[in-house]
Ligand binder design. Sequence first.
Ligand code: KG4
Ligand code: ZN
Length: 343
Amino acid sequence: MSDTKDITILAIETSCDETSAAVVRNGRQVLSNTIYTQIATHKLFGGVVPEIASRQHIMKIDGVVSHAMEEAGVGFDGIDAVAVTYGPGLVGALLVGLSHAKALAFALKKPLIPVHHIEGHIAANYIEYPDLEPPFVCMVVSGGHTHLVNIKSYKDFDILGRTRDDAAGEAYDKVARVIGLTYPGGPQIDKLSDEGDPNAVVFPRATLEEGSYDFSFSGLKSAVLNYVNKAKMKNEEIIAADIAASFQQAVIEVLTDKAIRACKEYNSPILALAGGVSANRHLRAAMQAACDKNGLRFCVPKPVLCTDNAAMIGCAGYYEFINGNTADMSLNAYPGLKLGERM
Ligand code: KG4
Ligand code: ZN
């Protein structure tokens, strides 16, 4: 049994193509974080195939939970609650984790905690920095979402801006395909751009209206596509590394400029970065440099906590739990759950 003061949460995450389970104590101490990634399977199809994702989750979930429990070494009677991602994500994928979490909560007679996937990404920063507390500004860049958020407390936040079309990760993945890289493109562009010149091609930076914190990446994606098609028509050599580095530079500049401006406007001494794209080495370095220049503290989780994992769900779940947010067995999956929405 855990100490009465401690709260130990078993967390489950299956919103996309990672099957993950974790045991997290008091929101910050990760006792285990088992991640089974389906990337190798989806790579064959150039992207995540929802039906295959659901089936793989079904095959793996039991083993992943057992592994996380074994590694944590607390035993099921040491678990105080079960947290689970209930949206946003692929509906079939979400339902696998949700059903498993419900069954566990029911059998263990423990509370079920609904967790928003994006709030999980933000919470990964609390794991990385045990002293980090709100308020701070957080830039969330994942495969499906791009949000600039003013985190006011563990419960309250304001969305300052969001993407109006493609998410940053989506743009990475689509551009990667155009220059012949495989899925997921983000990590490959990250690597390939080491060899490229970020100033080789000047792609558009969509800043939108004056003062807006919204983002738009579809124009940039089309610009890369047009550039490649034109070069092919003219039989010109395409230097993929230069395109990767130049595309990435355009993304980084817009994300960094807006995030720093938000910190200044909202008097935040801290800028945090979250979501799968925050594993990007060039983005991390650019944000660190911009924060240093502006006298801000920069926070970003280690890469394994940036991409999908259940530890971040256990952390966010802890704050939901201590704020009294639990669900009953009627909890459903919400593929389109918006940031800030509660079901
Ligand atoms: O947060 P995440 O794991 O899943 C979602 O919630 O969407 O993010 C996945 C996204 C993918 O688009 C992937 O290409 C991107 O994160 N990503 C990266 C890197 N690692 C993952 N993008 C750029 N550079 C990386 N190193
Ligand atoms: Zn994610």
